[in-house]
Design a protein around this ligand. Structure first.
Ligand SMILES: NC(=O)c1ccc[n+]([C@@H]2O[C@H](COP(=O)([O-])OP(=O)(O)OC[C@H]3O[C@@H](n4cnc5c(N)ncnc54)[C@H](OP(=O)(O)O)[C@@H]3O)[C@@H](O)[C@H]2O)c1
Length: 353
């Protein structure tokens, strides 16, 4: 920190406020949600700003515009390191310098090419401090992970019996797991930007893919619902009808991607600002993602039940001998009523030997 000391400033409280401001931005966007405060030396708020999504001014620019000449000598408190690149909007680090801001405190370093704002600010004589703040980290975690991957993060979720069946011989799969496991599955849907299934699952199960509570009421955070495959869904399908396409409802938008290519699916979703995907099967689509190396994590709800027949979690993966088995690392185990929840990470073949 090279600027004057931050007297009387509660940085955690300021960042809490900045996170609340950031939350006004769109939940699904190519850009991260960011909030910014400009504080006077006594800690009072001179101006506030948040980012409203791609193509709109960044949080710092909004706050600077609101402050006008009063920005001079303030401390900017931002949830994310100010950008330093010329993109759709001018670099925030330069704007902060030009406005005469004395110090900048940010919670999360920018891991992308847009980063480097801190160095630019310091070189211009602005005091810079990184102050870790959990809520700010959480705010951009999915975006940062997707930025590192160059695509949305994919969790493949599967509910299976002990013998690895995901449906019975007649195609029925409701319900393999307990109400407790299903409640957790609904909670997990609120944590991701999109839930994806193949047309096979949409036609067999007619799922709504919404996140609901135990009384079947919609939870506040609804994911984008995505169906992948060429076939049309009947008008009576919960995932078809006038909302299919890009209408927004309280249930969340529905998108039908008529492709078999998982790379295209993820590119289309990223374009829509999706940074995290819950792939809910079925086996054919999940296998396509697996073969393409596009599964980052598995969430398995394992029921103490046997079916003996019916589709397995994945069809043939082309593995002929035990030495070639796809291996996973068990990261976490939890009990959900009578069922187990396993969180697993695929082990890349090069890490196996
Ligand atoms: N227990 C569980 O966790 C769980 C979860 C989901 C489903 N299920 C069960 O799984 C069964 C449905 O299995 P499924 O394998 O048919 O479902 P699916 O994987 O959801 O759908 C398969 C269909 O998706 C399309 N598709 C999209 N990408 C593809 C690709 N890369 N390669 C081939 N096809 C692609 C094809 O249809 P088009 O001809 O339309 O292109 C294909 O027939 C049902 O019995 C359901 O209950 C169980």
């Amino acid at each position: 920190m090279t600027g004057p000391p931050l007297v009387g400033v509660d940085l955690d409280a300021a960042l809490d406020r900045a996170v609340a401001l950031a939350g006004r931005g769109p939940a699904r966007d190519r850009n991260p949600r960011v909030g910014c405060l400009l504080l006077a030396p006594d800690g009072s708020i001179v101006a506030e700003g948040h980012h409203g999504g791609v193509g709109t001014p960044h949080a710092e620019a909004t706050a600077l515009a609101a402050a006008g000449p009063s920005a001079r000598g303030t401390t900017a408190v931002v949830t994310l390191e100010p950008c330093s690149h010329h993109g759709r909007t001018p670099p925030c680090a330069e704007a902060l310098v030009a406005a005469g801001v004395a110090q900048v405190v940010y919670a999360v370093a920018d891991p992308t090419h847009a980063g480097g704002g801190a160095a630019l600010l310091e070189a211009a004589g602005v005091g810079v401090r990184e102050h870790r703040h959990t809520a700010s980290e959480r705010l951009v975690a999915d975006w940062a992970r997707a930025a590192a991957l160059g695509r949305p993060h994919v969790t493949w979720k599967v509910a299976s019996t002990l013998d690895g069946r995901v449906a019975a011989a007649d195609g029925t799969s409701r319900w393999i797991t307990s109400p407790q496991a299903r409640a957790e599955a609904h909670r997990v849907r609120t944590q991701v930007a999109a839930v994806v299934v193949g047309t096979g699952t949409a036609l067999a199960d007619d799922p709504s893919l919404t996140a609901r509570d135990h009384r079947d009421r919609l939870l506040p955070d609804q994911p984008l619902r995505v169906v992948v495959g060429h076939r049309d869904l009947p008008a009576s399908s919960r995932l078809a009808g006038p909302d299919a396409g890009d209408a927004t409802t309280t249930e969340g938008e529905v998108l039908h991607l008529r492709t078999h290519d998982p790379v295209q699916v993820l590119a289309a979703l990223r374009e829509r600002g999706v940074h995290s995907v819950l792939l809910e099967g079925g086996p054919t689509l999940a296998a396509a993602f697996w073969r393409a190396g596009l599964v980052d994590e598995l969430l398995v709800h394992l029921a103490p039940a046997l079916l003996g027949a019916g589709p397995g979690a994945v069809p043939d993966l082309g593995i002929g001998t035990i030495a070639d088995a796809a291996r996973l690392e068990l990261v976490e185990v939890d009990r959900l009523g009578p069922d187990l929840q396993l969180r697993l990470r695929p082990i890349p073949p090069e890490e196996l030997h």
